[in-house]
Write a protein that binds this ligand. Structure first.
Ligand SMILES: Nc1ncnc2c1ncn2[C@@H]1O[C@H](COP(=O)(O)OP(=O)(O)OP(=O)(O)O)[C@@H](O)[C@H]1O
Ligand SMILES: O=C(O)[C@H](O)COP(=O)(O)O
Length: 397
């Protein structure tokens, strides 16, 4: 188990604390369209404020590639955070992130004040993890807290480089929670342990499939990626998503499941459509029997029952990737059936971030899950069994 020092192990009264958050939120015309990541960061911020620390927040947003692009400014985040906290979060507008404006804003802080720095990716050094920017960031504070789980798979100045120049590096509550849930699930799961994978491509989940086949009791594969498995076994898949180059890999994984005595469940039927559209004509056919001119866009009703049955007695379930093209209501049925099955089980249910989290929330099952990760890429790398640089950089207990 990972045993990192956390904000509970320190009291920052009177100290300046640099807190790396993941405020990489979706923006439309300057408005935040999903503040989940901001809400998730509140417990750590509140703890440090109640200690009487001077709380300096930082994050990246988007990929400005070293340019101070106004549309990727963190200014809207300061406004929304102030509302959520009921306390002013002063925004340190500064093209250099740690330039004269930021330093001035930090200099006048009182205990319990909060300042938010500008987008760390305005500095070109950030993503290259170069010492110049790491030192600049470290110069602002005495203590470093990393609460940016969503960024933990990156080794950048603001989450990894900076720790070289700080005496105290701890994780925040969000980071701790993500490590506890994902780490426990993968490394010390209550069994039966079931993993459900979906989404578009096999190629984006190769290491996840391999790693999970060493850990789980049951592996369920649905969504677009299942057609490559179907084709590999001699099925016809029409115009469905297919990665021909990965058919051999699919066969290898089927063998690995057998060797490891993992029950591998693939769709037994599929909803096919004559067009990639919510108005398409649809039919249900057996898996591997999709005619030319048609494409599979969701799992079929028998598969919904099969998958729901497989999670019924599970103790731990990890899910990443939708079962079909769920953005169109006609093809969201399978994803919803799986979400409902998870909501109905007593198992610990953990949802990988990104599209899966969006799907669960848009279908209204978000509050029925034990844990929905705030990390997309980061949660995937956790499931791949990789050590995340952002986690590794924090002090051990
Ligand atoms: N049968 C299918 N045909 C076409 N598209 C599909 C099918 N099944 C799933 N998809 C699409 O796959 C996309 C999600 O795939 P992706 O691999 O990105 O999932 P994810 O792992 O949940 O996302 P993230 O990587 O952001 O966590 C969705 O846009 C969905 O519409
Ligand atoms: O949204 C994410 O997955 C994280 O904030 C990381 O962002 P990145 O993929 O731009 O590094």
């Amino acid at each position: 188990m990972l045993n990192k020092k956390s904000v509970d192990d320190i009291n920052v009264k009177g100290q300046k604390v640099l807190v790396r958050c993941d405020f990489n939120v979706p923006l439309e015309n300057g408005k935040i369209t999903d503040d989940t990541r901001l809400v998730a960061a509140l417990p750590t911020i509140k703890k440090l404020v109640s200690d009487g620390g001077k709380v300096i927040l930082c994050s990246h947003l988007g990929k400005p590639k070293g340019q101070p692009l106004p549309e990727m400014s963190l200014a809207p985040v300061a406004v929304r955070l102030s509302e959520l906290l009921g306390q002013t979060v002063r925004f340190a507008a500064d093209r250099g992130v740690v330039g004269p404006n930021a330093k001035a804003a930090v200099d006048i802080m009182n205990d319990g004040d909060i300042v938010l720095l500008e987008n760390t990716r305005y500095r070109a050094e950030e993503t290259k993890n170069e010492d110049t920017f790491s030192k600049d960031l470290a110069s602002l504070a005495e203590v470093f807290v990393d609460d940016a789980f969503g960024t933990a798979h990156r080794a950048h100045c603001s989450n990894v480089g900076v720790t070289k120049y700080m005496k105290t590096n701890v994780v925040g509550y969000l980071m701790q929670k993500e490590i506890d849930f994902l780490g426990n699930a993968v490394n010390d799961p209550k069994r039966p342990f079931v993993a459900i994978l979906g989404g578009a491509k096999v190629s984006s989940k190769l290491s996840v499939i391999e790693n999970l086949l060493d850990k789980v009791d049951v592996l369920i594969i649905g969504g677009g990626m299942s057609y490559t498995f179907s084709k590999a076994q001699g099925g016809t898949v029409g115009n469905s998503l297919l990665e021909e180059d990965y058919c051999d890999y699919a066969l290898k994984m089927i063998k690995k499941a057998k060797d490891n005595k993992v029950k591998l469940l693939l769709p037994v039927d599929t909803v096919i459509a004559d067009d990639f559209s919510n108005d398409a004509n649809t039919e249900v056919v057996d898996a591997g029997k999709i005619p030319d001119g048609w494409e599979g866009l969701d799992i079929g009703p028998k598969t919904c029952d099969l998958f729901a049955d497989a999670v019924k007695d599970a103790q731990t379930v990890v899910w990443n990737g939708p079962m079909g093209a769920f953005e169109m209501s006609k093809f969201a049925v399978g994803t919803e059936a799986v979400a409902k099955a998870l909501a109905d089980t007593d198992a610990v249910t953990i949802i990988g971030g990104g599209d899966s989290a969006a799907a669960i929330n848009s279908l209204g099952y978000g509050d029925k899950m034990t844990h929905i990760s705030t990390g997309g890429g980061a949660s995937m790398e956790f499931l791949e069994g990789k050590e995340l640089p952002g986690v590794a950089a924090a002090d051990n207990k």
